[in-house]
Design a protein around this ligand. Structure first.
Ligand SMILES: [Zn+2]
Length: 303
């Protein structure tokens, strides 16, 4: 089932009969009248843009008679220790990047931008790595923090001012970036796409240059690492997990703050079956805070 929803600044009405029939009337009314909205979304919001959902099963190929595995298995860190799986994973990421580059944001992405324009959108948390939220007009990313500052040890991570925290937090990274696991230099996928589509990883040129300089000065060469896609895999710890936790904590405090008691705050969960433990616990935490302040918890998994 598909649903076309139009929310305009002046005219917030949709066809009440249609929305009521589909069971969306209360959801739409809650969105339109909410003071603040937190969105947790999943792959379902991008499928209409041609981005595959990785919980889908793949059909057996000629070389895999009788085998049937989920695409999601390709994103499990444990399986990537097998060279063949790593190669397949890279090709998958490369193809995903190519698709995402061509894809246009869906109506849902445009609704998110509209809610942001209306200053209703507090945050979008997404496990999607396609970057369509940014194409739809939202700021996206995880802000840099000084991990080695004295303040960190004294007070925890110091986030930048709220206005500098991106509206959309990518929980699993981005298919548009690669990075070096040693020096953490970030590279664009576009410049390395021929490696990735070929199922191989490029080396870190920064580390390579550093090693060459050492050799020139009579020192031992350094090991030269290969890059990795900037995607956090299932069963893998997020490198910026602490920063995400701080942002979640800040949003929870904003939802719960007594000074913000007027107006409804809603949590909108869309396009996900909550099959990933991290996303599920995030939704639980947010839902608890929203319910505690008598907000509305709106969940919509209709297709
Ligand atoms: Zn490096």
């Amino acid at each position: 089932m598909s649903l076309r929803v139009e929310i305009c600044a002046e005219d917030t009405s949709a066809d009440p009969a249609i929305l009521n029939t589909l069971g969306y009337k209360n959801t739409i009314n809650a969105i339109v009248s909410a003071r603040k909205i937190i969105v947790v979304c999943g792959a379902g919001i991008s499928t209409h843009a041609g981005i595959p959902c990785f919980s889908d099963e793949t059909k057996p190929t000629d070389g895999q008679k009788g085998s049937r595995r989920r695409n999601r298995d390709l994103f499990d860190a444990a399986l990537l220790r097998e060279p063949e799986m790593m190669s397949e994973f890279l090709k998958c990421i490369g193809n995903l990047h190519v698709l995402a580059q061509k894809a246009a944001p869906t109506p849902f992405h445009r609704v998110l931008q509209l809610l942001d324009d209306r200053t209703q959108l507090l945050r979008v948390y997404t496990p999607n790595v396609d970057g369509l939220e940014e194409k739809g007009g939202l700021t996206i990313g995880i802000p840099a923090v000084n991990k080695f500052s004295k303040q960190r040890y004294a007070k925890g991570i110091q986030l930048p001012p709220a206005t500098e925290i991106p509206r959309c937090i990518p929980l699993h990274g981005s298919c548009r970036k690669l990075h070096c696991p040693i020096c953490h230099h970030v590279y664009n996928m576009d410049a390395n796409i021929h490696f990735i589509l070929g199922g191989t990883l490029p080396i870190c040129t920064k580390c390579s240059d550093r090693s060459a300089s050492r050799v020139q000065s009579g020192k031992h060469p350094l090991g030269i690492p290969t890059l990795r896609p900037s995607i956090t895999l299932y069963s893998e710890e997020h490198e910026q997990g602490e920063i995400i936790s701080e942002i979640v904590g800040g949003d929870l405090r904003e939802v719960s703050a007594p000074s913000q008691s007027k107006g409804t705050v809603i949590l909108l969960v869309a396009g996900t079956r909550l099959g990933v433990a991290g996303t599920k616990s995030l939704v639980k935490e947010m839902a608890k805070a929203v319910k505690a302040r008598n907000g509305t918890h709106a969940r919509d998994n209709k297709k």
